[in-house]
Design a protein around this ligand. Sequence first.
Ligand code: ADP
Ligand code: MG
Length: 314
Amino acid sequence: RAIVRDIDKLEEQNPSIKPQPAPEVDPTVFEKRFLKSIRDLGQGHFGRVELCRYDPRGDRTGELVAVKSLKPENGQEKGNNLSSEINILKALYHENIVKYKGICLEEGGRATKLIMEFLPLGSLKDYLPDNKSKISLSTLLSYATQICRGMDYLGSQNYIHRDLAARNVLVENERTVKIGDFGLTKSIKNNEVYYTVKDDNDSPIYWYAPECLTHCKFYLASDVWSFGVTMYELLTYCDPIKAPMQLFSKMIGSSHGQMIIVHLLHALEEGKRLPQPDGCPEPMYELMQKCWEHTPERRITFKQLIDELSNMRQ
Ligand code: ADP
Ligand code: MG
């Protein structure tokens, strides 16, 4: 009691120490000091994703989250990259797109990290090779449909993903997959049908349509091409020996730097395509080929893919 009275007196004399009513808390701002790193989840060209527990109470009851930051070597100059990814993901709501949770500000707001929901089974590229025996063809079909639904939604919001690949599809549980990694995603301003990029040395070229390789033009239909390659990855269970890069390298021989793009383009223009994976039913391979029509206008759309895939599942 005496202590309480003393505190009251101290507060009277010194109003600044009086506890302030809790300020309105923004649940999408995560405080760095409460974010406890658990392990690395993976990394790609630009980013690095870590599993963390957000534990304001400090008793390990806090939730698990996935935290994306830019790799240090990409430094501040590419800092815009992650903030554009944050702004895009923040505005997307779909059951097959990874959920945005918030941001964490670092060092006086210079670097911002992206906080997402944690998908415990990792990417399809991690998950498929290890779980081949329990993933049936009809499950693969269901994954393909879910990816198309997420992509159709993305297109309806006027975005082009530009990096659709098994490594960027995340697995929530045996039944559910979600599209992740919007690091290369661009908005198509209304009435512009394609987006031009020139400064991309790190492009995932083996997933790219001819128009991306020749003119750096990305249409919605360019994502459809990449979906075809992703479907090929699904049907090979992401077997590294059958990876798109391995197969295309065999097709075009070894070359370096820009010459790879020249040879790849040549092969595609001659009509060469990734082969039909072992155990892949003919109708599914036909669908991939519809994604790989040379001319973007002639390619199948995500809506049509959803229909055709659902016909196959009956
Ligand atoms: P980058 O832009 O560097 O390619 P990604 O966003 O693709 O970064 O993340 C890299 C890897 O981290 C992914 O391939 C996946 O294995 C893992 N990962 C990313 N986000 C999550 C998540 N929300 N839950 C679980 N694993 C994730
Ligand atoms: Mg990635």
